[in-house]
Design a protein around this ligand. Structure first.
Ligand SMILES: [Zn+2]
Length: 187
């Protein structure tokens, strides 16, 4: 009888702590580790027995380390092409985060997008259709949250202004005075 090939069970889920999303990967391991993955963001690897609230506690305790490690990571260039597994995670993250951020800013800006679509666009992070349907590339998830929010506000501003004129940027600035700094994060 074979006992060596015990099947390893690994599960991955997204958990939100104070609006920040991290990936919790539970597997057959004994220790807990926190890492900043260039494509997935904050990843907590933990034994399968850990509860969600224990995982959140670990993230909270390490929040200052996570903030500085994330900043260091973001300064490293170039960004690597995500692997197929990372693509799946990025898409899941986009579906979890984008509609929520659109809802927050749409209420603030008093605009009403007709649809929110997650795309695989490589050349642009977002777009706004003539009918005010918004699209966002999952690749946006490789960027920090202030940059993600900038793209959300940018596309929402297109509901009122279908151009990149002065009125358009004035509208963005009204809700996001630091938008120029945020935009730099996308480069
Ligand atoms: Zn635009």
């Amino acid at each position: 009888m074979k006992t060596k090939n015990r099947k390893k069970i690994t599960t991955s889920k997204k958990i939100s702590v104070n609006g920040c999303i991290f990936t919790l990967i539970r597997s057959d391991r004994k220790t807990v580790s926190v890492e900043i993955n260039p494509n997935l963001g904050v990843v907590l690897r933990a034994p399968s027995v850990i509860s969600d609230s224990e995982a959140i506690e670990v993230i909270r305790k390490n929040s200052s380390w996570i903030a500085s490690a994330t900043e260091r990571q973001q300064k490293k260039k170039p960004r690597k092409e995500p692997t197929p597994d990372e693509v799946l995670d990025l898409k899941a993250k986009a579906k979890a985060i984008i509609p929520e951020r659109v809802k927050v800013f749409a209420a603030l800006m008093k605009v009403d997008p007709t649809a929110i679509t997650i795309t695989s666009a490589k050349t642009r992070f977002g777009s706004c259709s003539g009918k005010n349907g918004l699209s966002f590339s999952y690749l946006l998830m490789q960027y920090p949250e202030p940059a993600i929010d900038y793209v959300v506000v940018h596309e929402l501003a297109h509901i009122k202004h279908k151009n990149h004129g002065k009125g358009f940027y004035a509208e963005i600035e009204k809700y996001m005075p630091d938008y120029k700094d945020r935009r730099k994060l996308l480069k």
